[in-house]
Unconditional design. Structure first.
Length: 375
């Protein structure tokens, strides 16, 4: 269809066009596509929009969200409003497509090949869409589901076809097993790498205990008293993950706890060696403290390019200030950091801006208290 604006295009299919269909921008200017709804049993579903980025770095740069291998954007203003911080073109797309959207990269960090990375990222995000469809089928609001369950279902689905069932649980879910030795199912930090592994381990534990079909049938009732059920499962889940963790597993857990790979991506414009250092720490060739020592070093002189790169990364603090799952204290701190960075940029105070940015990475991303030595 040809139209001057999206609003004009939406009127072109006529009254007979299904309500769950979409009218979206086409590949050429002033062209639009009318996409009919998908069918699932006797239901009509809004089409799923897939946006593929050339790399995980390109995805992060466009959104201003770091430490992600893909993003699922469900319908509804509640999840979409914070994404106004994204680059204008992606925000315009999000506003123009009311149905679910998947954002995935074609390739990411080694050792995975581009094909494997893409398929694993896609399967995780597609599982979120399947959860949305299931929740609607059950009369549940996807937006109110616990994050532990949302990510656990997706991560379990992603791993299901690649993890041999005979491997002991503590070896498959070594991050969850390490967490189980010091925490539980009800005190996890949201938006953390560890949460994904704990969520997947919980879904696996429940599917083995009750069967996959029974788990899905029981979930609506469990969700009505979710915290109570987590408390009931906790000790048995912890025992299920029992086993002697390898030194490598303990090291990877320490790296994941401090979100070191995400921190490295964030500070790369200031410290170009941060990425290689994080990989050395991951491989056991360096200690974690070396990373934080690096960040105490001298800053490069400001350039327009450096200002821009750091300001684009600083958007992450704006997202954290609006995080639906974040603790109130963390949202307040993120809002404070975001406001201070905005003011310091206006003033052109490079040294203060860069140091405040690094302190925000340390406290809000790595979870290290301010001005405290890393153990």
């Amino acid at each position: 269809m040809r139209a001057q604006t999206a609003q004009e295009a939406r009127a072109l299919p006529g009254e007979g066009f299904p309500a769950q269909g979409l009218v979206v921008p086409g590949p050429k200017p002033e062209t639009f596509w009318a996409i009919p709804p998908l069918r699932f049993r006797d239901r009509e579903l809004q089409p799923l929009t897939l946006v593929v980025f050339p790399s995980d770095e390109a995805l992060e740069e466009s959104l201003g969200v770091y430490g992600v291998s893909g993003v699922f954007i469900p319908p509804g203003e509640r999840w979409r409003k914070p994404l106004a911080l994204a680059d204008p073109w992606i925000w315009q797309l999000i506003q123009s497509v009311p149905g679910p959207i998947l954002l995935v990269p074609r390739e990411g960090l080694p050792p995975l090949s581009p094909r494997d990375y893409f398929l694993l990222a896609l399967s995780h995000e597609m599982a979120h869409w399947a959860t949305l469809v299931w929740a609607e089928e059950q009369g549940l609001d996807f937006h109110t589901l616990p994050l532990l369950l949302i990510e656990g279902l997706a991560e379990y689905t992603r791993r299901g076809s690649v993890v041999p069932p005979h491997i002991p649980p503590f070896q498959v879910y070594f991050l969850a097993a390490a967490w189980a030795r010091e925490g539980g199912l009800r005190d996890l930090p949201p938006r953390s790498t560890v949460l994904y592994d704990v969520g997947a381990s919980l879904v696996d534990f429940l599917s083995r205990k009750y069967s996959w079909a029974s788990l899905l049938n029981r979930l609506p009732a469990w969700l009505a008293a979710w915290e109570e059920h987590l408390a009931r499962w906790e000790e048995e889940w912890r025992a299920w993950l029992a086993g002697e963790l390898s030194p490598e597993a303990r090291r990877l857990y320490a790296v994941a706890q401090q979100e070191l790979l995400t921190c490295a991506r964030l500070v790369l414009p200031l410290f170009p060696k941060a990425g290689d250092l994080a990989l050395d720490i991951l491989a056991g060739r360096r200690e974690i403290q070396a990373f934080w020592d690096l960040l105490e070093g001298p800053l490069p002189p400001p350039t327009p390019e450096l200002w821009e790169k750091l300001a684009r990364r600083a958007r992450l603090f704006g997202y954290l200030a609006q995080d639906l799952y974040g603790a109130e204290g963390k949202r307040a701190l993120a809002s404070q950091v975001w406001a201070e960075l905005s003011k310091l940029r206006e003033q052109g105070a490079w040294e203060e801006y860069a140091r405040r940015f690094l302190e925000g990475v340390r406290t809000l991303i790595a979870g290290i208290p301010a001005r405290q030595t890393v153990p």
